[in-house]
Design a protein around this ligand. Structure first.
Ligand SMILES: Cc1cc2nc3c(=O)[nH]c(=O)nc-3n(C[C@H](O)[C@H](O)[C@H](O)COP(=O)(O)OP(=O)(O)OC[C@H]3O[C@@H](n4cnc5c(N)ncnc54)[C@H](O)[C@@H]3O)c2cc1C
Length: 372
């Protein structure tokens, strides 16, 4: 016998869970996750920072919306989801100027050194700061969304990989984890697997590419000062921030990968440690832990959200790239609006993230169909 629901969400990362928690009061929901634990893939591998000046304009707007919604949530629940943590950009005059956008403001070389005295003075020419950023307890946010969804009646199942799906008689019949589900709508929140899942459901791929991004926790000789901002190179070649008495560092690689359990390449973290030991006086001694996640994006770098124009009842919530947490509440709100009122004229930013028309986006190719 099949399990019936209005909406079957595929993927138990931040995209699927934040939507489940927002949508559960309005629709009956089942969320299926292939892995034994929720958030197993990219959503447990992030740098946990929300940066309103990061990304294209519609991503920045979604980030500001998310920050507003999270502030309300913290006020209502008392949960300590975010803590203020500025974002300091350093590099050449040219590179820093190229990243000046939204809430990112230029500051002097001396001010940058005051904020991060461990930077070697000769290692950068110019700096900018975004003081509207926060660090986030992403585990707590994932738990909150799961609990809220389940309290509102949603069923959340792990070890349930979707292996087969067909649309028949106005509903989806989906096989996952040895069970059959019958759902009016399937939501594709499958992260790096979003295009393969679309293929399984008969939808055209959107040109989503999983890009590898590695990070590590390292031990240091000189402990970061309290309140140190996250520091990033304006040429996207590294970032670091305090993590306990050590640092979280990343080489910021942007290398296409394949959907799977990504692992660091030997030597990548060691090379970054060597470089940071020339650019800073932290005296990094060793890596305690390193990991790699997949930031999945289209060529335009915009999320793909909305009903597929060619396949009935198939809804995309994918392509969040490096912005999955910072846009999550805004995206869940937008997706809920589109799912509960699909005939409504989408407001901004739905309009900028939607396919321009069914005619334009049917028939295959398509990152171009989602316009900024
Ligand atoms: C190193 C690094 C640093 C980052 N830092 C930040 C940051 O500071 N701030 C920020 O906002 N973002 C950051 N990101 C990006 C952010 O982590 C991602 O955008 C976000 O986690 C993507 O969430 P998701 O739910 O789309 O994907 P995922 O977390 O990967 O979830 C998708 C899930 O779908 C499941 N799935 C796939 N196929 C199936 C199937 N057939 N059946 C059932 N389940 C399936 C998978 O098992 C997976 O668990 C970072 C990413 C990396 C790698």
């Amino acid at each position: 016998m099949s399990l019936e629901c209005d909406v079957l969400i595929v993927g138990g990362g931040i995209a699927g869970l934040s939507l489940a928690s927002e949508l559960a009061p309005h629709r009956s929901i089942v969320l299926v996750e292939a892995e034994p634990t929720l958030g197993y893939h990219t959503s447990s591998r992030s740098a946990r920072q929300l940066i309103p000046s990061y990304g294209p304009p519609s991503v920045q707007e979604l980030t500001r919306r998310t920050l507003g919604l999270l502030a309300e949530l913290q006020e209502d629940t008392g949960l300590a989801l975010t803590t203020p943590r500025s974002f300091l950009l350093v590099g050449t005059e040219h590179d820093v100027a190229g990243k000046a956008s939204g809430s990112m403001h230029p500051i002097s070389h001396a001010e940058a050194l005051q904020l991060c005295p461990q930077l070697q003075p000769g290692s950068f020419e110019a700096a900018g700061i975004d003081t509207s950023c926060v660090g986030m307890d992403t585990d707590l946010l994932l738990e909150y969304h799961q609990r809220t969804a389940e309290d509102a009646g949603a069923t959340v199942l792990t070890r349930s990989r979707v292996t087969d799906a067909r649309y028949d008689d106005d509903a989806w019949l989906v096989r996952a984890g040895g069970r059959t589900f019958r759902a009016g709508v399937v939501v594709n929140a499958a992260g790096a697997w979003a295009d393969p899942l679309a293929g399984l459901c008969g939808a055209a791929p959107r040109g989503l590419v999983p890009f590898r991004r590695t990070a590590a926790i390292v031990a240091v000789g000189r402990v970061p000062n309290v309140g140190m901002p996250m520091v990033a190179a304006a040429d996207d070649s590294f970032y670091f921030r305090a993590e306990g008495s050590g640092l979280l560092i990343s080489p910021c690689e942007h290398v296409p990968g394949t959907a799977g359990d990504a692992q660091p390449n030997p030597g990548d973290v060691e090379a970054l440690i060597e470089r940071l030991n020339t650019l800073t006086t932290f005296g990094i001694t060793s890596a305690a832990r390193s990991w790699t996640g997949l930031r999945t994006e289209t060529a335009r770098g915009l999320p793909v959200v909305g009903f597929d124009p060619a396949v009935p009842g198939f809804f995309w919530l994918a392509g969040q790239g490096g912005y999955g947490f910072q846009t999550s509440s805004g995206m869940a709100e937008l997706a809920t609006e589109l799912l509960t009122n699909p005939k409504a004229e989408p407001g901004w930013p739905a309009a900028v993230l939607q396919p321009r028309s069914a005619a334009e986006s049917s028939g295959g190719a398509a990152p171009e169909d989602f316009v900024e």
